[in-house]
Design a protein around this ligand. Sequence first.
Ligand code: HEC
Length: 108
Amino acid sequence: MKKYIYSLCLLGVIVYSCKTQTATPTATTPTVSTAISTATANLTKEEILKKGQDLFNLKCGRCHGLPSPSEHTIADWQPIMASMAPKAKLNAEETNWVLAYVNANAKK
Ligand code: HEC
């Protein structure tokens, strides 16, 4: 009988811990990462802008005409890049380079 009560308690603990684990929802809001790796830290501003420009010309005119960075303000580019970066399959670092390029040439 004692054994039975023990295992019942144990089961309760297991079920409870499982419940608390699955109860934490993960945030999935798309944000442009601002993480800068050591590779980027070693680049000059000119090199970053050049990489951003090359990627932009290469990746951003495939589905629609190549947009002009000066078509949008810096504030507009942030959400646009957040939605376009996954479409263009850019990683966080490449996204930052392209963002740096469009921001440098954005509508004032
Ligand atoms: C896989 C296809 C695809 C790729 C690659 C792509 N785009 Fe787009 N883009 C779209 C589609 C579809 C739309 C229109 C619908 C939307 O806004 O989601 C769009 C819309 C836009 C717009 C207009 C948004 C507005 O609010 O006026 C801009 C600017 C833009 N893309 C920039 C880019 C840039 C910069 C890149 C490269 C990083 C890129 N796109 C790569 C598919 C793509």
